[in-house]
Design a protein. Structure first.
Length: 376
């Protein structure tokens, strides 16, 4: 094992990376709070500033994937589709099977220049998660409780507010509503059978309300829907902790572009279109499992240096005073100061681990188990 590979496995290094992310995130959140005064003066300037502030935070996670772990991301698509990336507002539909599927999506948004302006329809609980939810709040992310009767007006209002967004945005939808597990899949297929819908092998039954509402509200703004199907070579199931330990993965992403005018305006027909799309996604997964490859040309967009440079900037700004402070504490010889410092380190470690836990499948929501609870 080389020295760099050894460093990647050390807890103290992970703690320092976490320290940089957390403290820089809190600083960024404070700056975002200050930018609220810009909203009534120049809304579009406020949005552009917050896109760049969000980029400064999210790109640190992308740096871990691209530069720290060296994970490779390959696109399977066609040249005409790839040439539109970063040049239009789009809705992204991504399968929700992996702990780091969002990070692979962020890698693609970074390489095509739309990481800071990327959006998502997120569960409301995330609004209260420090750094992640707070940053999303200032980015006008649409939050929902995932109870359509309560969410309808909030979601419609939030989507319509994005109609004049000044930066090209990729709006991510996890139409399955929650991450794939065997229990949720069994329940989902029971629901599909009761509704007379074709069963899926690798996906949960898509929830159509969010999709049809997004399409209706963003017509005239969004140009297309990108369907993205993600897999990892070697049947790997990567985690954020694995990335932090420097494990390298190979991600394959099949991307298909559907012009928005090809999607029916009628809500029921649009829902049927989405169900058909997921049947096609299932067939793509089956092909990948059998052949180890997606159809289409292969593209490997080059990684850009900005994520690494951004992290190095924050590391320089934040770690220098930390090391100076830590040296002073131990040089003082005061047991009380040393214990307080070690307690702070322990609290920081706990906080970083909690943030990582947000991505773990086993820590995911119980959404999708509702029918199961009823049966019980």
């Amino acid at each position: 094992m080389g020295f760099i590979a050894f460093l990647k496995t050390q807890f103290i290094v992970h703690l320092l990376i976490g320290f940089v992310f957390v403290v820089s995130g809190l600083i960024i959140n404070f700056i975002q709070l200050c930018t609220l005064v810009l909203w009534p003066i120049n809304k579009q300037f406020y949005r552009r500033v917050n896109c760049r502030l969000a980029y400064s935070l999210w790109s640190q996670l992308v740096m871990l994937l691209e530069w720290w772990s060296g994970t490779e991301c390959t696109l399977f698509s066609d040249e005409a589709t790839v040439n539109t990336f970063g040049k239009e507002h789009v809705i992204i539909i991504l399968n929700h099977n992996f702990e780091i599927d969002f990070l692979c999506g962020w890698t693609m948004t970074e390489r095509f220049g739309v990481l800071g302006s990327s959006k998502v329809l997120a569960k409301r609980e995330l609004l209260y998660v420090p750094l992640i939810g707070w940053t999303w709040y200032f980015l006008e992310i649409v939050f929902c409780k995932r109870k359509w009767e309560e969410d309808r007006d909030t979601v419609i209002k939030g989507l319509k507010r994005l109609a004049d967004y000044p930066e090209y945005m990729w709006f991510l939808l996890y139409c399955e509503g929650t991450r794939f597990t065997e229990t949720k899949h069994r329940i989902s297929m029971e629901v599909a059978e009761s509704k007379g819908l074709p069963k899926l092998k690798y996906h949960l039954l898509p929830r159509t309300k969010g999709f049809t509402t997004a399409v209706q509200c963003l017509r005239g703004t969004v140009s297309a829907v990108y369907d993205v199907t993600l897999n990892f070579r070697g049947n790997k199931n990567p985690s954020l902790l694995g990335i932090l330990y420097g494990k390298k993965y190979e991600a394959d992403m099949c991307v298909r572009r559907f012009p928005l005018e090809d999607i029916p305006q009628d809500e029921k027909e649009a829902a049927n279109w989405l169900h058909k799309l997921y049947q096609e996604k299932d067939a793509l997964q089956e092909m990948y499992n059998q052949q180890g490859i997606f159809p289409g040309q292969q593209f490997k967009p080059p990684r850009r240096p900005w994520t690494l440079l951004n992290f190095l900037f924050w590391a320089t700004v934040l770690l220098s005073p930390l090391f100076t402070f830590g040296f002073g504490v131990f040089a003082s010889g005061s047991p009380l100061l040393i214990l307080a410092f070690l307690g702070l380190v322990g609290a920081a470690s706990f906080g970083v681990r909690r943030l990582i836990g947000v991505t773990e499948i086993e820590k995911g929501s119980s959404y999708g188990n509702q029918e199961f609870k009823k049966k019980e």
